[in-house]
Design a protein around this ligand. Structure first.
Ligand SMILES: Cc1ncc(COP(=O)(O)O)c(C=O)c1O
Length: 368
């Protein structure tokens, strides 16, 4: 077994991980007041260290709209928000809806249902593209994608998956296996067997050798993999990779969708961060013009307040009535289910869906 890395050794720090870097320590030492630095230190003392988390950058005392307010009173615009704050932090409609449910019906044990859960499922299936009609709630995006993996096995009778290098689908062992980021895979030993990977489409630096004149050989490659490996039951991918923000080439997903149909493979779209208006459409699959077999959504679904994710599946995937896909106590929790109607209505009513389209063009022009 390799010797554990000494604390403070940042060799191997990965992209995006400022928390393990000396820059974070310098920031704490030079920018924070004494009380905030003490909180960051207490956090580092009490929580297990891991990348992207502890040790922390700063402590906060308020969040509202697009702003975080640090414990020392600095206001920060949060452009990241863990992709959870489509309708802003502390959205009054979300907070009020949750508060009301906490008072009316704080819990709903499994085997019972309630109005909030039904209304939310109805709302999601009415917003999603037509064949997506069945819902399962999950406590996190990773669990939602894990449920889709089980559905793929049960509905196709095949156990293998095809997914993308560089992708992230969550940090549990099963989804780290289909993910393609070293940060979540390295050093864990054997991952889930049968998790095959391909390179994603990336118009700026295409590894399929199209030399800038895209002829969709990236999609043809996936087709050829599916044609040659009949144990693959699911193709799992983000329709638009949220951290790279390079849209796939036009026609890519339509071609992959057809290949999945031809080869009997369940297409699973992971829109955990990209759902609910971020692409200028309610769902990213609508932006790329291809409907998956299972749509994984999360993050902002909880209104920036509660943890909530869901899988929305085609009706014919009702194949596991006698088996357990995933149960957990607050599955149809009324106060969690109270959070999303406000964001979804807010997104529809306030016209947030069109907003990225209106500001995206000028923003890209400005960045260019
Ligand atoms: C694309 C994608 N899928 C899945 C997840 C996992 O979601 P969660 O952290 O809720 O498990 C994330 C989280 O960042 C994500 O970005």
């Amino acid at each position: 077994m390799p010797a554990p890395r000494p604390l403070g050794d940042v060799s191997g720090v990965q992209e995006g991980d400022v928390n393990q870097s000396p820059r974070r320590r310098r920031y704490v030492e030079t920018q924070l007041d004494e009380a905030s630095a003490a909180m960051v230190d207490a956090d580092a003392e009490l929580f297990l260290h891991q990348s992207l988390s502890t040790p922390c950058l700063d402590a906060i005392r308020r969040c509202e709209g697009i702003y975080l307010e640090t414990a020392s009173g600095r206001r920060l615009m949060d452009f990241h928000g863990n992709s959870a704050h489509q309708v802003g932090y502390g959205n009054p409609r979300v907070v009020e809806a949750i508060r009301r449910q906490l008072e009316e019906l704080p819990f709903c044990p499994r085997r019972f249902t309630n109005r909030m859960a039904i209304d939310l499922a109805r709302k999601l299936t009415s917003l999603a593209p037509k064949p997506l009609r069945k819902v399962l709630f999950a406590p996190s995006g990773a669990v939602a994608i894990g449920m889709a993996m089980k559905l793929a096995r049960l509905s196709t009778g095949r156990h293998k998956t095809l997914s993308m290098w560089g992708a992230f689908h969550g940090a549990t062992l099963e989804v780290a296996s289909v993910g393609g980021e070293g940060l979540f895979r390295d050093g864990l030993g054997p991952l889930l067997p049968g998790a095959e990977h391909a390179h994603p489409p990336f118009p700026y630096r295409c590894v399929y050798g199209c030399g800038g004149a895209c002829d969709l050989r990236c999609a043809n490659y996936l087709d050829s993999v599916l044609a040659s490996d009949h144990d693959i039951g699911a193709l799992i991918a983000e329709p638009v990779r949220c951290t790279v923000v390079a849209p796939p080439p036009p026609g890519y997903w339509q071609q992959v969708r057809e290949a999945c149909d031809r080869h009997g493979v369940l297409l699973v779209f992971d829109e955990i961060p990209a759902c609910l208006g971020r692409t200028g459409h309610m769902f990213a699959c609508q932006a790329v013009g291809a409907t998956p077999g299972v749509l994984g959504i999360g993050k902002g679904l909880g209104g920036g307040v509660v943890p909530l994710a869901a899988g929305v599946a085609r009706g014919e995937l009702r194949v596991a009535g006698g088996r357990a896909i995933r149960h957990y106590p607050p599955q149809k929790n009324p106060s969690r289910c109270a959070a999303p109607p406000a964001p979804t209505e807010g997104i529809e009513v306030v016209g947030l869906v069109g907003h990225p389209r209106r500001v995206g063009g000028p923003a890209l022009w400005g960045l260019g």
